[in-house]
Design a protein around this ligand. Sequence first.
Ligand code: SF4
Length: 580
Amino acid sequence: MAQILRVNMTDRTAAYEDVPNEYKFLGGRGLTSTIVYNEVDPTCHPLGPNNKLVFAPGIVTGTNAPSSGRISVGAKSPLTGGIKEANAGSNWPQLVARLGLKAIIVEGYPQDDGWWGLHITKDGVEFFPADEYAGKGLREIFPGLFERFGKKVGIATIGVAGEHRMAMSGLCFNDIDNRPSRYAGRGGLGAVMGSKGLKLVVVDGAGGPGVEIANQELYDQGRKKLTASILEHALTKPGGALNLYGTAVLVNIINEAGALPTRNFREGQFEGAAKISGEAMAELCKTRGGVGTMGHACHPGCIIQCSNVIPNPDGTELASCIEYETTWALGANCGIDDLDVVGKLTQMCNDMGIDTIEAGDVIAVAMEAGLAEFGDGEAAIGFLEEVRQGTPLGRILGMGTGGAAEALGVVRVPAVKGQGMPAYEPRAIKGIGYTYAISTMGADHTSGYTIAPEIAGVGGKVDQFDIDKAELARNFQYSTAFIDTSGHCLFIAFPILDIASGFEGLIEECSGVLGVNWTADDIMAIGKEVINKERAFNRAAGFTEAADRIPEFMKYEKLPPHDVVWDVPDEMLDAVHGAA
Ligand code: SF4
């Protein structure tokens, strides 16, 4: 029987609990958001004793379902002040699931200044002093950790940004080669873990009971259908766009659409886009050789494999992974067109435990404030060095986009609920603007990836400039909340939107594990319930509809090259969820 592990950092105790009926058919985001909704006071200070950090593998995580090694992490966010779920791909959640754990809840507050680690095995939980790992780069400490605990463990950790309790800090997991590079990046969850005095969680899945599958036949049938659809779709198949060029295949596409935010969202096209694109990364891997790899997997069992390892001129590792959002944030948004500089910035973020989107937004805001010129790579590196050292400027930048802009007196603040916008201009792609505005997470493209139909023509094609997208945004939010609950990578959305049997496969897989017979309507109902709980949490935390808005400057400042403003009336945003 699956269990929940509850860890108390006040007295450093751990206890196993039976899974309440309410949680039995949930996993991933559905479970983290439900636990946070049930157990965390929405008005609490995110870094105080009453916040909780919740980890939950998805429903099928730990099985051989394709691309399903995802972990959801939930808490009240120090960046937005609302509920947060961020997820990452790693073997870590697969090992948690194999130990029979449906969730890990970290609560309480440390009574001393020391750092602690958790070592979770089939035999229980051991607390160990972790001071020796604090204040250092994650690349420095990872080899020793795997030497100490074994090469097959998984590690979740924070970097110095989380130790400094910065709102731009993320939570880092090891990738398939045991490097610190996979992030539940958004919302400052690293700071929540830091506030609890918890530096790392090491999980060893050896000898665990594994994931129970209630209806093996149904599960197998679903897995085969979903796998076939992933292997067939142009975006996700081997040798497809994501596999060949990574997520950064989007750079040229979004630039062409006039929606690649450039120099702190001043323009929608970047003259240096091609130089920081996925195609440019693939070329570097080819010409420089060495460790350069496109088509890398972030965890065992991913059949899409969109990750990468980008080489230095001498073939050693420059950075892994440079995602679309990363190369945009640290590249175009800062006016930087040098992939070597983008790579160095990426590796610094990964080493310090920083969300790369928030980092790029904050650096651009600092440039907007006049602290450096757009395009100045050395200055950008210097800003991250300030963050590493925790200087006064570094701590201001560490506050994240909304907080740093306020401290620096910047008016053009590309953030919603304090969280920096990702790599799609809402003025030029209206549906993603809906998502940014009304998401429970702050500006977050993964809350409802309407880019699929608006740009990629997946699941039908809609006009990027059409403002009437309340229904589209709602449906994407609900279906996304379910995918995040299932434990699959969000990129399965492409095949399941286009190939009906793939969608059936997702439903059958999850039903097979849980011993239910869900339908498509059930999936949307589950997604809706998750969103409604998150919205209820945010309302109780003090959010009103006034927080569900795109920044004011986007309403009066025209975005080149299309010279468009954000022109979706507030009432249309409010209509997405109505009074629910
Ligand atoms: S598709 Fe990419 S992000 Fe998704 S699980 Fe695979 S490697 Fe990770």
